[in-house]
Write a protein that binds this ligand. Structure first.
Ligand code: NAD
Length: 252
């Protein structure tokens, strides 16, 4: 098993890409912490529980860890909890993310602030909470889920594109800071992946998008999870500061 004995935390792992990543890391032998956010409108705790149950099928340990990634104290608490329940975190995957799409003229400042807070500052909060432990132990992986939109821009997504491009700047800078300490820092930039996030896109718009993808199809969460599992493995030990596109050829 490529990740036997490692401990991973995946943020926003109650569904979608985060859940697929947690399950893939578990299937590769890692113990996993399923981070989720407590939201009034849906039972993320139950969904996170189901992901943890499915992870345990691979004979690894799995715990759920509730925290809003924008809440620094809660993230610090969760990192200590995982360290006590499982082991110190070797692999951090920043997957929690949201969209609040509007053209710039109509974009409410609160929607700029919240998207930057979750997608970018959330990634910082988690990386900040784990990086010292990783460098102390001379091994670590920090992998952030960016987006093709960081590379191309997208109509109505100035906030989202800025947050995802910010993650790339953070990734490359942190990669330089910790390269000598056995810690790699990389990003995965998915194209259009079939999850709730993209199911919110109107059907006619989605049809046009698919038409523009050389592979003529959206990707599955498992396609992103495979890229993350590779970057987390020892096979990728000499890869750092990289942005790995998983986009069916949409942007090359
Ligand atoms: P999704 O909406 O299905 O899942 C997002 C997850 O993040 C959910 O579990 C949600 O509860 C969680 N989350 C939201 N805010 C949070 C917070 N403050 N703290 C902790 N968790 C929080 O979306 P998805 O498509 O699975 O997206 C996962 C990641 O992949 C996101 O970062 C997204 O931007 C990125 N991404 C998605 C696509 C795509 O096409 N679906 C493409 C590129 C990048």
């Amino acid at each position: 098993m490529r990740l036997d004995g490692r401990t991973a935390m995946v943020t926003g792992a109650s569904r979608g890409i985060g859940a697929a990543i947690a399950l893939r890391l578990a299937s590769d032998g890692a113990n996993v912490a399923i981070n989720y956010i407590d939201e009034p409108e849906r039972d993320n705790a139950a969904e996170a529980d189901q992901v943890a149950e499915a992870a345990r099928e691979f004979d690894v340990q799995a715990v759920c860890a509730e925290a809003d990634v924008t809440d620094r104290e809660a993230i610090a608490d969760v990192v200590s909890y995982i360290s006590e329940r499982l082991a110190p975190i070797d692999i951090l995957v920043n997957s929690a993310g949201i969209t609040r799409d509007r053209t710039m003229r109509k974009l409410a400042p609160e929607d700029w602030d919240r998207v930057l807070a979750v997608n970018l500052t959330g990634g910082f909060n988690c990386a900040r909470a784990v990086v010292e432990g990783m460098t102390d132990r001379d091994w670590g992986r920090i992998i952030s889920i960016s987006s093709v939109v960081a590379l191309m821009g997208n109509f109505g997504q100035a906030n989202y594109a800025a947050s995802k491009a910010g993650l790339l700047g953070m990734t490359k800078s942190l990669a330089r800071e910790v390269a000598r300490k056995g810690v790699t820092v990389n990003a995965v930039a998915p194209g259009f992946i079939d999850t709730e996030m993209t199911r919110a896109i109107p059907e006619d718009v989605m049809a046009q998008i698919v038409e523009s993808i050389p592979m003529q199809a959206t990707g599955d969460p498992e396609d992103v999870a495979g890229a993350v599992a590779f970057l987390a493995s020892d096979d990728a030990r000499y890869i750092t500061g990289h942005v790995l596109s998983v986009n069916g050829g949409l942007y090359m």
